[in-house]
Design a protein around this ligand. Structure first.
Ligand code: PLP
Length: 374
């Protein structure tokens, strides 16, 4: 893949890094997305009228087809809510609609959104530390008993861990047993790396599918084309909500904020991605597998939990010769490389860094050389 320059595009990732640095921080990709998305946007832009737009119910069918073809999963189109806003917003609205009458729990480290959303919503939040085994992070499933809501990042941001199928089912059973809700945030879920499927971890699954029948009603699966197809600047996501009552409450909460399903650009992007993006995604996954191997091998001593999905690598900064406090700043000033600070994932993680390897391999190699000189 040739060099891809984002200069002049207003990229937050590169603005944060600053001139002369290589940005491996924020979770978007330094790679162009599927050409069909750009073509669809360009074609629509030519029309000139951008007024209120109806929600195309065909979008629900596209989501169901995507799950059938890419995940071998049967999703009822009726479950699908097509949301013209970010996954973060969807989670916030979902928390309001779910009206939890107890604590909201999530495993930590976590991507930073869950705790913040609960704090802003005034809902009691409790972090459940992940266990670190010989082969990486493990979910301490029993610790989630009694939660009103479990917020799970699956695959896990920041480590790229894919949670085992039986753990997901056990969490759904706990939720069903106590009248709770398991929310599986799967915005990295289409980036599970195919060369790792042999581990038999249930890599091709969704919560909603694994937890059929009554169990499914205690789950919500959240997904988006944002991470998968590099479209996060045009926020959109979709939720699979099998419980019709919760679905209705969520739609009502959305309307209370002047938000309705569809949206002009969000549904255009979503449909182009889901209709045409499959072959492009296969190519992306092949590139990410190469980059994953390169980054994980080069930095092996510092890798906390081996990556299995997305484009994220969770690192112990001290193993890179960096200070446990201020590791990101030290890297920026001494090596001209930007990674995400561990504290973005909770105050306890100051000694960690997250590296994003979704960029052309040559540039990743250059960044790793700078990192390795430490
Ligand atoms: C697990 C997870 N959920 C949600 C988000 C935010 O997605 P959005 O930009 O659609 O709000 C991120 C972004 O990094 C994420 O990693």
């Amino acid at each position: 893949m040739e060099a891809f320059d984002r200069t002049g595009t207003g990229s937050v990732k590169w603005a944060r890094a600053g001139a002369g640095r290589i940005a491996l921080g924020l979770a978007d990709m330094d790679l162009p997305g599927p050409p069909e998305i750009g073509a669809a946007l360009a074609a629509r832009a030519r029309h000139g009228a951008y007024g209120y737009t109806v929600c195309d119910p065909g979008g629900r069918e596209l989501v169901a087809r995507w799950y059938r073809e890419r995940h071998g999963a049967l999703v009822d189109p009726e479950w699908v809510l097509l949301m013209p806003f970010s996954a973060r917003t969807a989670l916030r609205l979902l928390l309001t609609a779910a009206e939890p009458d107890g604590p909201v729990l999530s495993p930590t480290p976590e991507w930073g959104g869950f705790e913040q959303l609960c704090r802003v919503a005034g809902m009691p939040y409790r972090a459940v530390p992940l266990e670190l085994g010989d082969d990486g992070y493990r979910l301490p499933v029993a610790e989630f008993a009694g939660a009103a809501v479990v917020l799970l990042s699956n695959p896990h941001n920041p480590s790229g861990r894919v949670w085992p199928r039986e753990d997901i089912r056990a969490l759904a059973e706990l939720a069903a047993g106590s009248g709770g809700l398991l929310v599986s945030d799967e915005v990295h879920g289409d980036l599970v790396q195919p060369d790792l499927v042999h581990r038999g971890l249930g890599l091709r699954h969704t919560v909603a599918v694994d937890a059929a029948g009554q169990l499914a009603r205690h789950t919500v699966t959240l997904n988006s084309v944002g991470k998968t197809f590099n479209t996060s600047g045009i926020p959109s996501c979709f939720a699979l909500v099998p419980d019709p009552g919760l679905r209705e409450r969520l739609v009502t909460v959305m309307a209370g904020y002047g938000l309705w399903e569809g949206g002009l650009l969000p549904q255009l992007v979503q449909q182009a991605a889901l209709r045409h993006g499959g072959p492009w995604l296969d190519g992306l996954l092949a590139l990410l597998a190469v980059n994953r191997q390169l980054a994980a091998d080069t930095l092996s001593a510092a890798v906390i939990s081996p990556p299995e999905a997305s484009y994220l690598l969770w690192l112990d900064a001290t193993e890179l010769g960096l200070p446990a406090v201020g590791a990101r700043e030290a890297l920026l000033t001494e090596r001209d490389v930007e990674l995400s600070a561990g504290t973005d994932f909770g105050a306890a993680w100051a000694g960690c860094l997250r590296l994003n390897y979704a960029l052309p391999t040559e540039r990743l190699q250059a960044a790793l050389t700078r990192l390795h000189r430490l």
